[in-house]
Design a protein around this ligand. Sequence first.
Ligand code: S3P
Length: 169
Amino acid sequence: MAIILIGYMGSGKSSVGKQLAQSLNLAYVDLDLMISQKAGKTIQEIFAQDGEDYFRKIESECLADVCEQNSVVATGGGIILKAENRQLLSKQKFVIFLTCEDNELIHRLKADQKNIRPIIQDKTSTEILAIYQQRLPFYQVSATMPIDTTNKSIATIVDEIKEKMEKDT
Ligand code: S3P
């Protein structure tokens, strides 16, 4: 059984995922890294050379693989876009949706320029937040546990998730 982290770009899925995995003594899987390894190129190259549809196809294949594993999985922000992915997520016991208040989200994304995200590369803050709003219902239907990360340290978020998981088991 996998513990899956979902949420928009900049919501903290990778940072929280790594520490959560460590603290639960589970393997950590970064879905973007898995996709990149499978395609043999960076996410940016996949989008530029093969297009978003191809990226989404590999993303779905990788999600299906990791759902079978005992691990903590940080997904990419667009994982909820395809119905087949939402269907897979709906079968998981722990799908943790990391939320974040708009200003902090934009601040985090600006501070993380080295991670090139093709979906928002040439977008304004308003456009970036509009995409988040469009996706919000999909995150909400897919999640079993929403967690607000605004103004919280990674350690606090991890503790909160573990506490809620204990209550749910
Ligand atoms: C995407 C988010 C990225 C990555 C790809 C597409 C998206 O992952 O999967 O660039 O559509 O939101 P992060 O959420 O880890 O940035």
